[in-house]
Design a protein around this ligand. Structure first.
Ligand code: MLT
Ligand code: MN
Ligand code: ZN
Length: 302
């Protein structure tokens, strides 16, 4: 199983179009010290040519251009076999409508995510006006095989697990399953990975999934709980926004450092997070704990 981090920034990207926080300033002035990043998405493949997208970001056009692929099988071809969603947030789903030329599009999502996409953001309804969209329901705690568009099995499976979080702010209801992490498995190699770009805490369910994975790709949105408050950007803390901060007591760095997983990498990193700066003390602290700060294009084989 191969996994590529297609985009490692949180919503808005890095630098964010309208942001002049300290790290966005560095990213504009000296990109060597702060690599630009597109919005959060990843891709998984059993053969390195046929890929399942993990979330569909607004930056999907550029991200697909960087996906390894085989020889085009026809005049219309993309190496995308389907999209697996962790939630219905805009940074993870706006790319769906940008795939409307697909003809036939496979989507895997929980019932809660499907409902939000159908009735609240209407992205599924809009996409379905252009493409034939087939949504396979993911049930938290149950492994689901990932099948190719032609119906053949890929040998990959995905098991969604509930993570602590609130629903998107445009969701009409707070349905169970609106936000999940994904435990990915490859039956051929036995490889396992967790993809959890949005996670408000590490409870027993999350810990169980993390403990099964060799590779953990985890929510690195905010460095500290007060990050946006201190910058005067928001009056809500990281935890109030359903993102467990990286630093501090009970933060994700402390928790993830204690995991058996050999590889632990942050993704979905907000542009304000100082660990994005290559030479920051925060970056050094992450690496001292044996973790890495994700960057677009990072590849893993399991
Ligand atoms: C989040 O990660 O909390 C959401 O994507 C928020 C947003 O950008 O709308
Ligand atoms: Mn987000
Ligand atoms: Zn910024």
């Amino acid at each position: 199983m191969q996994i590529i981090l297609l985009g490692t920034a949180a919503g808005g990207g890095f630098p964010q179009w309208n942001c002049w926080c300290p790290s966005c300033r560095v990213a504009r002035a000296d990109p060597q010290r702060a690599l630009p990043r597109s919005q959060s998405a990843a891709a998984v493949s059993a053969d390195g040519e046929r890929w399942f997208l993990l979330n569909a970001s607004p930056d999907i056009h550029a991200q697909l251009g960087r996906l390894p692929r085989g020889a085009p099988s026809g005049v219309r071809y993309a190496p995308v076999e389907g999209v697996v969603l962790t939630d219905a947030e805009l940074d993870h789903t706006l790319g769906l409508v940008l795939l409307r030329e697909a003809g036939f599009l496979q989507v895997a999502a929980t019932e809660a995510v499907r409902e939000i996409l159908e009735h609240d953001s209407c992205l599924l309804r809009v996409t379905s006006a252009f493409a034939q969209v087939r949504v396979a329901e993911l049930v938290p705690g149950q492994a689901a095989p990932l099948g190719y568009r032609d119906g053949c099995p890929s040998g990959l499976s995905v098991t969604p697990f509930l993570v602590p979080a609130g629903p998107p702010r445009f969701a009409a209801a707070d349905r169970t399953g609106h936000t999940v992490g994904l435990l990915l498995g490859d039956e051929a190699t036995g490889g396992t990975a967790v993809f959890a770009p949005g996670c408000g805490g590490i409870d027993a369910t999350v810990l169980d999934a993390l403990g099964r994975a060799e590779l953990v790709l985890f929510d690195g949105t905010f460095w500290s709980d007060e990050e946006l408050v201190t910058l005067g950007i928001s009056d809500r803390t990281a935890r109030q926004m359903d993102h467990l901060p990286v630093s501090g007591p009970g933060g994700s760095l402390e928790r993830l450092a204690a995991l058996p997983a050999v590889r632990r990498v942050y993704t979905h990193i907000n542009n304000t997070n100082p660990m994005l700066l290559e030479d920051s003390p925060e970056r050094a602290e992450v690496e001292r704990h044996g973790l890495r700060v994700g960057a677009d294009g990072m590849r893993f084989t399991l």
